[in-house]
Ligand binder design. Structure first.
Ligand code: SF4
Ligand code: FES
Length: 249
């Protein structure tokens, strides 16, 4: 019987890629013979191996885990290794580096600031009784794990930051991923470091700068909903600031 669904049949697709050589931006077009199941990342490797070895992009795991291949594909940030060419249903695919990041070369952006913001919120368990000579077992109920589990799935791909309107206006804004990480540790029942994290969270580059556009949750490839985390973090921040004010009073 004839297969009437042509979306998965192999065909040539044009990759229109935004390039940057360190001085100027320009566009390059390449024809990729796309087959069923072929990803955008495989298309980029095809171009690099066939037409232009200087094409630069970042990738590692090829399975949606490392977060390094996020880029703008047909105007939306996506993981290139998880985006199948034919499923985009388009004869021309536009590929650009993520917005809100400095471009280093072609599709490679500078993630140093993004990781520094993550580090600034202390994304690890903080214990007052920290004593590695005598480790203690910290027991947690399944529902306590469930409360923060989704936020542990973040792969630091930067897609959320790239669509954030607050990040677009201020470089030092912590952004959705860092604040989702702060919330993840703040609600972990084993953690005692909430007050330490709140210094950054309540600062003028923290939660109050979020406009709740919620674009971050729309594009997150892991469905983490950083916008939800930020709203909950805002409540924690308000409580923290009230407590501090009462102490001073
Ligand atoms: S929250 Fe989602 S979009 Fe943002 S860095 Fe983590 S995985 Fe990527
Ligand atoms: S290459 Fe690791 S997430 Fe795409």
């Amino acid at each position: 019987m004839e297969n009437k669904d042509k979306s998965n049949m192999g065909r040539d697709v044009i990759f229109r890629i935004k390039r940057f050589d360190g001085e100027k931006s320009y566009w390059s077009d390449f024809v990729v013979p796309a087959q069923k199941g072929m990803t955008v990342l495989e298309g980029l490797y095809y171009i690099k191996g066939t037409y232009d070895g200087s094409l630069s992009f970042r990738a590692s795991c090829r399975m949606g885990i490392c977060g390094s291949c996020a880029m703008k594909i047909n105007d939306k940030p996506r993981l290139a290794c998880e985006t199948q060419i034919l499923q985009l249903n388009s004869s021309k695919i536009k590929i650009e580096p993520l917005d809100n990041f400095r471009v280093l070369k072609d599709l490679i952006t500078d993630f140093e600031g993004f990781f520094a913001k993550h580090e600034a919120v202390k994304p690890y368990l903080i214990r007052k009784d920290d004593n590695y000579a005598e480790p203690v077992e910290l027991i947690q109920k399944p529902e306590e794990l469930h409360a923060y589990y989704d936020f542990t799935l973040c792969i630091k791909c930067g897609a959320c930051f790239s669509v954030c309107p607050a990040a677009a206006t201020r470089d030092d804004y912590l952004g959705p991923a860092a604040m989702a990480a702060a919330y993840r540790f703040n609600i972990d029942t084993r953690d005692e470091g909430r007050d330490e994290r709140m210094f950054m969270v309540c600062s003028d580059v923290g939660v109050w700068r979020c406009h709740f556009a919620a674009e971050c949750s729309e594009v997150c490839p892991k469905n983490i909903e950083p916008a939800k985390a930020i709203q909950k973090l805002r409540f924690q921040a308000a409580v923290h600031m009230i407590k501090k004010a009462l102490k001073r009073w």
